[in-house]
Write a protein that binds this ligand. Structure first.
Ligand code: GAR
Length: 227
């Protein structure tokens, strides 16, 4: 028998990831770019969209990533029917982790439980504040001075679950929802790859309902707004 040795980052030791999208896929693109780096502990095995019109599909194809469209519309309210097809596609590709990147379809509790601890989402607010639709409008209406983005494990409740990583940005008095969204999006693109790296390399653990991690350190800079 031939002995083979592997080190972190070797192709064989990379976690196989599926990214699920419904739209432009800018977070997907950030994950693909990060995963292309030497030593990244995950590989993007497939990008799956629930609509053929998702702009992100072309980006993934240009990067040489397999893409798959599983139209959810024909399933209507039959979430389980859609998820059965999705689950088969994931199993066929031996997917170990799912990253949701603007995937605009709710899952059944059964699907979420099946992927417990193995499915990540990103949401453009500092959860648990402002889950759901229009998070930036919610933040502006609440008058918060700091907002941001959250990467979390998915649980049955929408935009909730153990938080892996957050990034914060200032909110300006004259911000529009679009302006704030752009500032937060830049942070999303930084933290999602970092969070996936933490999870895929086994540096996160659960303590009750919380996610703790062994990261390389904490940036203890303080953000005070207005300065
Ligand atoms: C991102 O801002 C993401 O945080 C948000 O959808 C956008 C998708 O953009 N997700 C949610 O609101 C989830 N509740 P992208 O397709 O360019 O990554």
């Amino acid at each position: 028998m031939t002995a083979t040795s592997t080190s972190p980052g070797d192709a064989v030791s990379k976690r196989r990831v599926a990214i699920l999208i419904s739209g432009r896929g800018s977070n997907m693109a950030a994950l693909i770019e990060a995963a292309a780096e030497d030593g990244f502990p995950a590989e993007i095995a497939v990008v799956i969209s629930n609509t053929a019109s998702a702009g992100g599909l072309a980006i993934a194809q240009r990067s040489g990533i397999e893409t798959l469209v599983i139209e959810s519309k024909p399933f209507g309210k039959d979430r389980a029917g859609f998820e059965a097809v999705l689950q088969a596609a994931l199993e066929q590709r031996k997917i170990e982790l799912i990253c949701l990147g603007g995937f605009m379809r709710l899952f059944t509790a059964e699907f979420v439980n099946r992927w417990h601890g193995r499915m990540l989402n990103i949401h453009p607010s500092l959860l648990p504040s402002f889950p759901g639709l229009d998070p930036h409008g919610q933040a502006l209406r609440a008058g918060v001075k700091i907002s941001g983005a959250t990467v979390h494990f998915v649980i049955a409740e929408t935009d909730a679950g153990p938080i892996v990583m957050q990034g914060a940005v200032p909110v300006h008095d004259d911000d529009t929802a679009d302006g704030l969204a752009a500032r937060v999006l830049a942070v999303e693109h930084r933290i999602y790859p970092k969070a996936l790296e933490l999870v895929a390399s086994g540096r996160t653990r659960f303590e009750g309902d919380l996610c703790k991690s062994t990261s390389n350190g904490v940036d203890d800079q303080v953000l005070i707004v207005p300065a």
